[in-house]
Design a protein around this ligand. Sequence first.
Ligand code: ADP
Ligand code: ASP
Ligand code: MG
Length: 434
Amino acid sequence: MHVDCSCASRRVKGGAEARGNIMPTLVMKFGGTSVANLDRIARASKRVALEVANGYDVIVVVSAMSGKTNELVGWVNETSPLYDAREYDAVVSSGENVTAGLMALRLQEMDIPARSWQGWQVPVQTTSAHANARIEGIPTDNINAKFAEGMKVAVVAGFQGISPEGRITTLGRGGSDTTAVAFAAAFDAERCDIYTDVDGVYTTDPRIVRKARKLDRIAFEEMLELASLGAKVLQTRSVELAMRFGVKLRVLSSFEEPSDNAGTLVCAEEDIMESNVVAGVAYSRDEAKMTLISVADRPGIAAAIFGPLADAGVNVDMIVQNISEEGRTDMTFSCPVDQVVRAQKAMEDAKAGGTINFHDLVADEGVAKVSIVGIGMRSHAGVAAKMFAVLRDEGVNIKVITTSEIKISVLIDRKYMELAVQALHDAFELEKSA
Ligand code: ADP
Ligand code: ASP
Ligand code: MG
């Protein structure tokens, strides 16, 4: 991915240098709960004003008011379950337009020169992968020209961009985080502050485990795994981008006073002195396990199954192929529960087209994924064994397991998810720092 991050372009093209008042840039992102109503928008605006007073030109990235995007997604699903993703994007991107405009108005009321920017106006150039587009470039000229004219705050609608075909795209759920980091890279911002409803990144979701501990620092690699395994505090792509472009990324609360608010710094592994073997526990609640019963065990069968699933936009996660008997086998995979209908259709179509043959397709829509993550696992044996023993002691049956160098994930019945997260957090003593 290429993000136009030529910091020079801002200073030269923006003309601020010519006026002798180059201001450092700060990106501040406010999530849904931080802009949930007009009072919260006012509160967030005050925080922006503080940074303007500190001498920054500020790029604010806003989410939709909390609950809004879910409502819009619900409307799309109700209207068209196998929706055209271009129209999905047209609908679900709209929540951010409202908050961007309102925040700009609020700042203007405070005598701060502010202007809102929708994705296409910047323009935030993305791929055409609707509902899950990637940012390809962010030209800085338009916003810089406004900074040069005296604008102090650009309020950017997060989560959205424009495809090469000129249609509105969205970046996947939680995508405003990625908008924020991409702007920080493109504008060579001093920092990217992600304001949310918790005061940092914790050892696990503090809403599930009361004893979860806030981390002062977390390594990019660990944050990347935690995010991709369900810790929605940051979108995975935003962590990837921050790592790649060396963006100084901080997660902090929009509800605390600025002085109490150091948050969590996401940084390089070398910048962390001590860390536990397991850094955190993540979960993903809404998973489904699908099993194709009795498919022919022949070369090319996996491609014949997973090709059509990918083409249908199904995000397959874990895969298990069972032992084959008499040339036939069962193939199990997991995917987000809201993609089950899509997956079923893709498999039925492939069967009708004669590319695969199976006896039955069984969907278990009641599963969740629980994972432990830590760079310390690279050098410690026995972590997986301990995880499995903890789950055994709680009477939790493991349906599927996957591992990588720094994480272990299991698929279990959803009703045991919170119990498993809690038990693992206790067993690995994550409430204590190393
Ligand atoms: P925003 O609307 O600000 O983008 P999100 O709801 O997307 O906020 O993300 C913040 C939420 O992430 C928290 O309220 C918390 O419940 C959840 N969360 C999950 N895992 C973690 C974690 N390890 N640390 C902190 N928060 C977490
Ligand atoms: N509003 C979008 C969502 O809820 C994007 C975001 O908040 O980051 O997914
Ligand atoms: Mg979020």
